[in-house]
Design a protein around this ligand. Structure first.
Ligand code: FAD
Length: 470
């Protein structure tokens, strides 16, 4: 199976005629924009892009790729950090036009098509004062996010996105359209909750919903980076008393040169603490006050706002087409030495938009057993995200080097385990897969052998099918 492919025109035309959506080829109008991803580091030229209009188009595309031995990329929201949603040569199965959301407010469930963004789902569910746990930037696709976990502001109260999945419709490599749930194709349901895009193309996700909003209190306070230890410790103390309410991220970065911040602070190191309180806003404001009074803040942008606005609070920090390189690792504790090293790396970042993020884990996400779903590494209390975010191609080498250097330098503090939604370019290969899938790796290879024995879906954190004789 290869990316380079020559197909007779008649064969391609026949495929195009099977689609309700559009088949896009090099030279067609829209080809250049359809192959663009959020991450401007990725520049690949597919032979065909099937812009699917519904489940039957996905079935047709899977059949076509398999029968013609084509390399397959699957695109949901196009925000995969590693950029595997397009390929050179090969066929892109593009769900980005499939963005319907159907909410059942009484049953507290929503079905969202595989091309939805987080914003699409929040918008429809918030009409009913409901939400499912998703991520923290609205343009991110629910597909990639959910299939590899899904960590957002509700992770400590209601778990990961994949923990709130009730069922999914999956087109498998043999072209069947299956339902995966606790009662149907249970092994597939287990595998797609953390095992990524290895097992088929998910055309829709059914989520459990929870009451939230419509308004929430959002804590968003910036302190000088010199106070990082105090700030991160205070947060730890708060969480030890109220484990489930609040799922903060501590961000180390440099103060942007915008009107939101006093000019004398521009370019200085900061530690920001942010997250919404998922209950009554007045109660949230009262409970979180202590975290906003740890020291003199550089700026406190906290306030009560609609939940949909809270979900979008970081949106403008991640423009489409910039260059990105993100890596992650779990750590068991925030020692003084680790915090010092993180602050040093943040201070030497070559791009002012680079950050080092400390995700407080635990709560509901840690109450699901490590082997109950394919998502591993649930018990680590902290996830470090090292984010390279820059605009110019000329600055790529130094930003890639900065992320790698910081990642290697703090590696000795890790308990093992990475988050496969922040995987760099998956360049560590097998080692990364073992770190990412942990004790679930072996079982994933067995499920892979059952649903995708020829590894049709391999542009992902790829689980090889277990050989039948082993
Ligand atoms: P795509 O690039 O479309 O897909 C990524 C991969 O997922 C594909 O290569 C394919 O293997 C698979 N895939 C996509 N669609 C399907 C499908 N329908 N069926 C089967 N496989 C499919 N993660 C978090 O957990 N929390 C966050 O808060 C968070 N914030 C983020 C913010 C930004 C700005 C970005 C860019 C990423 C963020 N992430 C976050 C990481 C995000 O979860 C992953 O990048 C995820 O892969 C994005 O999914 P997508 O559908 O947009 O990506």
């Amino acid at each position: 199976m290869s990316g380079e492919h020559t197909l007779a025109d008649a064969v391609v035309e026949e495929f195009a005629s099977r689609l309700r959506g559009r088949l896009v080829r090099p030279g067609d109008s829209g080809y250049e924009s359809a192959r663009e991803l959020w991450n401007g580091m990725i520049d690949r030229r597919p032979a065909l892009m099937a812009r699917c209009g519904g489940d039957e188009d996905v079935v047709a595309a899977v059949d076509f790729a398999r029968d013609n031995g084509m390399l397959v990329a699957v695109r949901g929201g196009g925000h995969g950090v590693a950029g595997h949603a397009v390929c050179d040569g090969g066929l892109v199965i593009d769900l980005s036009g499939m963005r319907g959301v159907d909410v059942d407010p009484e049953g507290r469930r929503a079905v969202a098509q595989g091309g939805c963004t987080l914003g699409d789902v929040d918008r429809e569910t918030q009409r009913h004062g409901l939400a499912t746990p998703l991520g923290v930037v609205t343009a991110t696709g629910i597909a990639g996010l959910t299939l590899s976990g899904g960590m957002g502001w509700l992770r400590r109260k209601h778990g990961l996105s994949c923990d709130n999945l009730l069922s999914a419709r999956v087109v498998t490599a043999d072209g069947r359209l299956l339902v995966a749930s606790e009662s149907q194709n249970q092994d597939l349901f287990w595998a797609i909750r953390g095992g990524g895009g290895n097992f088929g193309v998910v055309t829709s996700f059914e989520y459990r919903l929870h009451p939230i909003g419509p308004e929430v209190f959002f804590c968003f306070v910036f302190y000088p980076a010199a106070r990082a230890k105090e700030v991160l410790r205070s947060c730890e103390r708060y969480l030890s008393q109220r484990p489930d309410d609040f799922a903060p991220i501590g961000i180390l970065g440099k103060v942007p040169e915008t009107g939101d911040f006093p000019p004398e602070a521009h370019g200085q190191g900061y530690i920001a603490l942010l997250a919404p309180y998922p209950g009554d806003p007045a109660e949230g404001e009262r409970l979180l006050r202590s975290l906003r009074e740890i020291a003199d803040p550089i700026r406190d942008l906290s306030g009560t706002m609609p939940y949909t606005e809270a979900q979008a609070i970081l949106d403008e920090d991640y423009p489409d087409g910039w260059r990105y390189y993100w890596k992650s690792m779990n750590v068991p504790e925030l020692s003084d030495e680790l915090i010092e090293r993180l602050a040093e790396h943040a201070a030497t970042a070559p791009s002012p938009q680079n950050t080092i993020d400390v995700w407080y884990q635990g709560g509901a996400m840690a109450r699901v057993g490590e082997q109950e779903t394919a998502f591993a590494n649930r018990n680590a209390p902290y996830l470090l995200g090292i984010e390279g975010n820059w605009q110019e191609a000329a600055h790529s080498a130094k930003n890639l080097a900065w992320v790698r250097e910081a990642f290697t330098d703090v590696g000795s503090f890790s308990s093992g385990g990475v988050y496969l939604n922040f995987p760099g370019f998956l360049e560590e290969g097998k080692q990364l897969l073992h770190e990412g899938y942990g004790r679930n790796y072996e079982r994933l290879t067995e499920v892979k052998a059952r649903y995708d024995p020829t590894n049709l879906f391999r542009l992902n954190a790829n689980v090889p099918p277990k050989p039948s004789n082993s």
